[in-house]
Ligand binder design. Sequence first.
Ligand code: ADP
Ligand code: ADP
Length: 227
Amino acid sequence: MSIVQIENLSKIYGKGETAVKALDDVSFSVNKGEFVAIIGPSGSGKSTLLHLLGGVDRPTSGKVMIDNTDIYQLDETQLAIFRRRQIGLIYQFYNLIPILTVEENITLPMLLDQHKVDSGQLESIVSTLGLDQRLDHLPNQLSGGQQQRVSIGRALISNPAIILADEPTGNLDSKNSKEIIELLKMFNKTYNQTLIVITHDERIALQADRVIEIADGRVAKDEVIRP
Ligand code: ADP
Ligand code: ADP
């Protein structure tokens, strides 16, 4: 079953002389539970693609369907709600809110929409991430690896249709990188949580079910490693 379908997606930044075509007519689908690595040179359009999948920017043309919702048909308010409910975003530099505690950062997407947090689910996520003893800490009291775990918790708390990660290990040493990838893989395999990860690290790409290579705003290669 496909959970993501993108059709003829293009993105042009700017206008006229200085316009940059960052994505050029990209189409593909992702199946529920798939772990997809997106690779490609710097400036090839990977982050643009991830932002469009995540509903954080709007395409110049084309369509993004997530769990049967045509997300760019939604207005800004509806899109913001859809994003908090159905899309878990993980960034290289964590993007945590410095004045909120670990628990508050994790539960924020739910609280913004007045959704009740399931305490059992929160407990289970927090303990899987090894953050039990850290719930009242602020982000700057945590190591980089722990901060990234918090951002994984925030991404997972709403049981989203997809998890999108942009270089999630790009700021971590190799031990923490490995732990973060193991956690993402565990949620992917155990809970059939669809995972799309941009990475420069070949060791991570080789662990994916499928590798999509982007070059000059187009899909240069799309290879299933594990059917
Ligand atoms: P990657 O993630 O593969 O490094 P990006 O998607 O960040 O690539 O960028 C693709 C192209 O779009 C690059 O040429 C980049 O300079 C350009 N670009 C990205 N974001 C913007 C922006 N906000 N305004 C103008 N150009 C941008
Ligand atoms: P060291 O810790 O001795 O510097 P590495 O961490 O580079 O060595 O590699 C140790 C093992 O961990 C290797 O088998 C490597 O494939 C694996 N590894 C390292 N980093 C990652 C990562 N980001 N994702 C997956 N596997 C990794």
